[in-house]
Design a protein. Structure first.
Length: 265
């Protein structure tokens, strides 16, 4: 069986930046073990699988190299980018995922795409888990958590950039991952972050759209503004435009195609 595959760099204007995602559209869902094998073979942060359910509406599932993921932002952006390029008359489409429901995506007036996600603002954690204390070289100023990750709040960009981690210890927090974040000291951005997910995907994720559905409302409240620009400070780096509106978080970004090809399975 031959399948068409795209590899897209998400949340960037340039190839080799942002976060890579593979996108595979099929007429019906492949067996789970095959989807996982394809994602493992791709060895990217995520591989998104799409199945058209009705006009302008697609089921979507995301797989990291080691497990299926409940929610992934950058691979959603990559998937929308592929479909909008394939069907240029489209201005909007919907993805449907079991864990997060309907995810509308629309074209902005500029070159970015806007994704409509649920608000997953984290709640404060009063007792810091031992795995956080031992797994990170810099202790949190504050700690929060949602259903996806622990949110480690730091005072400075230097803390976010320089923190070291012990992946084997952080793995014990499964199913939760760890995001470290601070208010940005640069006038270009409102806040910055890094995302560690040894339990669910690998080491450090280059750009993580899903975690910004928690980061954006957290910093919107802290900074008293609903429109924010975020920078994820990985080696590849990525920029996310975020807007908080009640129980929804809108995340916009650019994407560029790196590869189109055929896989044989």
């Amino acid at each position: 069986m031959e399948l068409e595959i795209y590899i897209v760099d998400a949340f960037t204007d340039n190839v080799f930046g942002g976060n890579q995602a593979a996108v595979v559209e099929t007429e019906s869902w492949l067996p789970e073990n095959m989807m996982q094998s394809i994602a493992s073979e791709n060895n990217l942060s995520e591989t998104a699988f799409l199945v058209r359910e009705e006009e302008h509406s697609y089921g979507i599932r995301w797989f990291s190299p080691i497990t299926e993921i409940a929610f992934c932002g950058h691979a959603t952006l990559a998937s929308a980018f592929v479909l909008f390029n394939k069907y240029p008359d489209l201005d909007s489409l919907n993805f449907k995922a079991e864990a997060v429901g309907v995810l509308p995506v629309t074209k902005n007036l500029d070159t970015t795409l806007k994704m409509n996600f649920p608000n997953t603002v984290p709640m404060e954690v009063t007792e810091i888990p031992l795995e956080i204390q031992e797994g990170l070289s810099i202790q949190p100023e504050e700690l929060y958590a949602n259903q996806q990750a622990y949110f480690v709040i730091y005072k400075s960009e230097n803390d976010v950039i320089s923190v070291e981690r012990k992946n084997e210890i952080l793995k014990r927090l499964k199913p939760l991952d760890v995001v470290v974040t601070c208010q940005s000291q640069s006038p270009e951005y409102d806040f910055m972050s890094r995302y560690f997910w040894p339990a669910n995907g690998g080491d450090e994720d280059p750009v993580t759209g899903s975690i910004h559905t928690g980061l954006a409302p957290f910093w919107a409240s802290r900074l008293r503004k609903n429109d924010l620009i975020a920078f994820q400070a990985s080696k590849r780096g990525g920029i996310l435009k975020c807007s908080v509106d009640g129980d929804r978080v809108y995340i916009s970004g650019n994407a560029v195609q790196y590869l189109k090809g055929t896989i044989t399975v």
